[in-house]
Write a protein that binds this ligand. Sequence first.
Ligand SMILES: [Zn+2]
Length: 442
Amino acid sequence: MTAASPVHGQALERLLQPTRAAAIDSAAGTGPPEWLVSGRWRVLAQPRFAGMHGTEIERFDLASGQTVGAVHDTAAGSVWIPFDLEEAYANYVTEAWRSRARDRALGPWQLAAYYRVKPLLPRSWWLLARRAFVRWSGLPAFPVWPLDDSVFRLVSFYAHCVLLAADVPEATFRWFWPRGYRAALVLTHDVESADGLRVAIELADLEESRGFRSSFNIVGSDYPIDDGVVRELQERGFEIGLHGLHHDRSLFSSRTAFVEQLPEVADAARRLGAEGFRSPSTHRVIEWLPELGVSYDCSVPHSDPYEPQPGGCCSVWPYFLGGVVELPYTLPQDYTLFTLLGSKSIELWLSQVEAIERRFGLVQCLSHPDPGYLGDRDKRVLYAEFLEAVADRSDVWRPLPREVAAWWRRRDSADPADPELALGVMRRREAHTYASLEPPAR
Ligand SMILES: [Zn+2]
């Protein structure tokens, strides 16, 4: 982790907030970060070698063929980790791992060329080209798509070490969601055109009739914004977010461009009453996101190999980037599922919801009201089917994205007497499966 990292040095501890103190010796080695591999789990961190003696609780392989072990000294009641747990966490959620991965992302020049040529060729041509590219390049080994367990595993491993070091079979930690909800689900939409903004009302009707509210992220100055539609959505309890000033990569194309656009971004957010931001086509420079001056950002995927800037934070939980709450989107985008992969069913979305609920995370659905997306009747029917299928999950909290951001801040700093807070239980299990996390009774 460099000094410029937007992730707090104790971010993993802030995420779990165990109520039991434990002696865990976890620190970075002196060499460069590299992959430490244990089975199907991989951690990017600076390994260290001078260990202590005791019972080995986990072993990690390095590319050099060497191995390093995490060790439990039962006599001293402490656990020694061959890397810094916090560094490993930060390297996932800041996508720092991209510097160590074989990247199939387009470079800056290729992206610039793409945006120059894009308007010249029809949509159908681009769809065929992207499908061919997906088939040719295949899925990356990391992050696993559609769900990557790296951060979940790191948190379970950390909990396991806390329990071992404290020599207790179970302990409590600060539960993730208010009032003991098992998981959270938010619906978000990016509005790409004036046509999309008109269909937004139809989507709002669909959602409202099933007890949902969602957010609509609007582009600041690319298309005429119908203030009547914006007002109606807000009055009906929907949220308006900002989807950049222009739908291109100009904001993140250079540091100069970013600094130049910032005042206009702030103006547009104020005009729309937006507390949240999603970058156009999820272009991002993670280190700059804290400067956006918004309450939350939702541009970082959990795992998305299909975007022009592929990647992922591997986390099913929100996290802090400086003072901004990052809400990772965790379902495959509507375009990916229904258009690129040509799926005629919502099966993948539903299995992903189940998987995230089992990990007590945030389900965030990203779709578009525009033609070619949910603006098409057949896709809107599938979306309605999805809403029906998730509407009756009483254990899942269904807030607006800005409410999740507010909750995440409250949870982070709340005093333990806060009536919304609950305690989860982490319980020791067999070696290698680490600790289980269990929700509070509701
Ligand atoms: Zn967009």
